[in-house]
Design a protein around this ligand. Sequence first.
Ligand SMILES: [Zn+2]
Length: 132
Amino acid sequence: MDINLMGFDVSAARHKPETIRHSEQACPFCDRANLTDVIATEGDMIFLRNKYNVIEGADQFVLIEGRACKSDMPAYTKEHMHALIRFGLRMWQELRESGRYEAVLFFKNYGPLSGGTIRHPHMQLVGLPHVR
Ligand SMILES: [Zn+2]
């Protein structure tokens, strides 16, 4: 069986900032005043549209987990972890109930081998209008 489930737009990916291997680059998620297409915030968490839509035909979103750039889940308080998962699930549910997508993915890619490009802790949500 040879089915291509998702197309990856390499040209869009080429322009993405990269702060994992190039830690000297400015972090776009720390520059909160210049974030665009913010959909919702809760405490220090921000849910917004991903500037770099690399999955063809899909709507991509980012959940910035907090202000700290060099932190991640093991360092979070129990309260922040609970608030983060609650907020993420609420955004996921809202996308699911919007009627625009056949499926909505909710995941976190972490570390240099994950294909991620931004060190600042974040998760991703992807709305797929059609699932092949
Ligand atoms: Zn940052």
